[in-house]
Design a protein around this ligand. Sequence first.
Ligand code: HSE
Length: 353
Amino acid sequence: MINVAVLGYGTVGSGVVELLFKNNRLFASKTGQPVAVKYILDIRSFPGDRYESLLVRDIETVLRDPEINVVVETIGGAGVAYEFTRRALQAGKNVVTSNKELVNEKGPELLALARENGVRYLFEASVGGGIPVILPMMSGLGANEIHRIVGILNGTTNYILTKMKNDGMSFEDALGRAQQFGYAEANPSADIDGLDTCRKLCILASLSFGKYVHADRVRPEGIRGVTPELMTLAEQQGYRIKLIGSAQRLPDGIVEMFVGPAAVPASHPLANIEDVFNGILVSGDATGDVLFYGKGAGKMPTASAVCSDIIECSKPLCESILWDVTDNDFVRSPAPGRFEYLEGTNIPIVMSI
Ligand code: HSE
């Protein structure tokens, strides 16, 4: 029997609970055993909520219960979520999460802790919302040397840019809508200023290149400077402006990383990824380009990715990931003159077709 405790009953946590109940038979058939939500931990009250009877406030209830074998961390941030994750792993419980900040901040320590305790720390939902990208990259593309990852990794900013371009919506109105839909972070500056994209890119780079990359190795730029006029100028030159994250391994082993608004040729698949959708192009030495596409944010798509990791927890534990922290000097920003720029702007052209 898989007994799940969900920490944090916000947008993603409530989506996970809803999906585990809705598709319960499916989870049982995929894992070969019943799957139940035993606790929902939150300091808030939810009077009248359908699952109110499962609410607990004390983490000890979860940690001391030997029946709990999967803890879902959807609290967010690197504060209490870090403490609860550490303690759950130390207590021999698998932890699955959508928390990209914590994965990027403390990934090496938490992955090592999971290995020491014979459990998993899984984070499919931390990148690309509902798009399965981490497991497919690690297993389906496992035969490849990955040499480039480039993509649109933030649903909120892609939604804002799309609404500004297609509907003439103001930046503020588009952001307000993204918040209503549950796409944006609690503090949307992480979305708008590029840090969320940066963290996700660093997670993918760490997985692909085998060494841990912390977000402070990259200087992200966000979309505050992207105006409707700039977007029109780009269109006139045959480009679309997107918030792009790119990590490319150069022949000397250096990984060049870029996060910022960039011009993508209008005919390139990434240029046509709109609204809350994300697109992640992964280039392997054997396979060539593989494009992952789907909803990059939102309650149920992200819940889908979290729940896929719960299913993973039912499988025999083989080799777990470890991130080497010994050397961070292999990351650098693109050198001056590395890119061409959109005429009359400081927007780099990062893709060719
Ligand atoms: N705020 C994030 C986004 C949520 O908009 O992409 C999904 O990680």
